[in-house]
Design a binder for this molecule. Structure first.
Ligand SMILES: [Zn+2]
Length: 255
């Protein structure tokens, strides 16, 4: 059962927060995903996984906004980016209100790499100022790890993202319109460079990675795989969320 903040009454929300103390928020983005996927791909993916995570954690589910920080896709129709300050102020306000309501653990389920720096800034700031534990779940990276052996790749508009949209609403996937994306010379190396955990550089325009703004193989996504998508990724996220919560609990309550 999903304890959805938007469908509960005020007394129900008060009771649910008092009992559960944990809230799960989806964090996504509205941006172009080529000719074959909707602009809301990241938001659909984040919401789908976040709802399944909230269900497993027996937590309250609260929406954020569909928008994220995505200047990398500027100029491509359908992209709507928030400025970092706007996004951070919005996330701060939403989380502060939930903390005031009695929430003690906030789990952010994100599906857009451009949001990560802002999410981390807000989470550390609020955790520092309140009696609250923040957990950041990069659901897109969890999916990347879980589907790697099966040939799934996390690329912009590629197999794993197509799978997420198939899971959300198959009518929104137009794989037949995808065509063959092309990539500029050195794009692979640029991708590894930006995603390194050690020393990395930055990409500010998606055309440095892909000529048409997307890449990968949408045809990897099948309806059979899509059926299990939310469960597979949510299970992977929850396992790690529980590890984070247990680590903090052991630190603050050693008995
Ligand atoms: Zn995406």
């Amino acid at each position: 059962m999903i304890h959805d903040l938007t469908t509960m009454t005020s007394p129900e929300a008060a009771a649910a927060v008092a009992r559960l103390r944990t809230v799960v928020l989806p964090v996504g983005s509205i941006e172009q995903h080529g000719p074959h996927l909707p602009n809301g791909t990241d938001t659909f993916a984040a919401e789908l996984v976040a709802r399944a995570v909230a269900d497993r954690l027996d937590a309250v589910y609260a929406p954020l906004v569909p928008y994220g920080v995505t200047p990398i896709h500027a100029g491509h129709p359908g992209t709507v980016s928030l400025r970092r300050n706007t996004f951070e102020a919005l996330l701060t306000d939403v989380c502060s209100e939930l903390i005031a309501l009695g929430v003690r653990t906030v789990v952010l389920v994100n599906w857009h790499e451009g949001n990560i720096a802002s999410m981390n800034a807000v989470a550390t700031d609020l955790q520092d100022r309140h009696d609250v534990t923040f957990v950041a779940a990069q659901a897109c990276y969890v999916a990347q790890r879980l589907y790697r052996d099966d040939g799934g790749e996390l690329t912009h508009g590629g197999g794993i993202e197509t799978l997420a949209v198939l899971a959300h609403d198959p009518a929104l996937v137009r794989a037949e319109r995808a065509g063959e994306p092309t990539r500029p010379a050195g794009a692979d190396a640029m991708d590894r460079m930006r995603r390194s955990h050690e020393v990395y550089g930055f990409i500010t325009d998606v055309s440095e990675l892909a000529d048409e703004g997307w890449y990968g193989n949408p045809h990897w996504a099948t309806s059979e795989r899509a059926e299990a998508f939310a469960d597979v990724v949510a299970d992977g996220v929850v396992e790690l969320v529980e590890g984070v919560v247990a680590a903090r609990k052991a630190r603050t309550d050693p008995h």
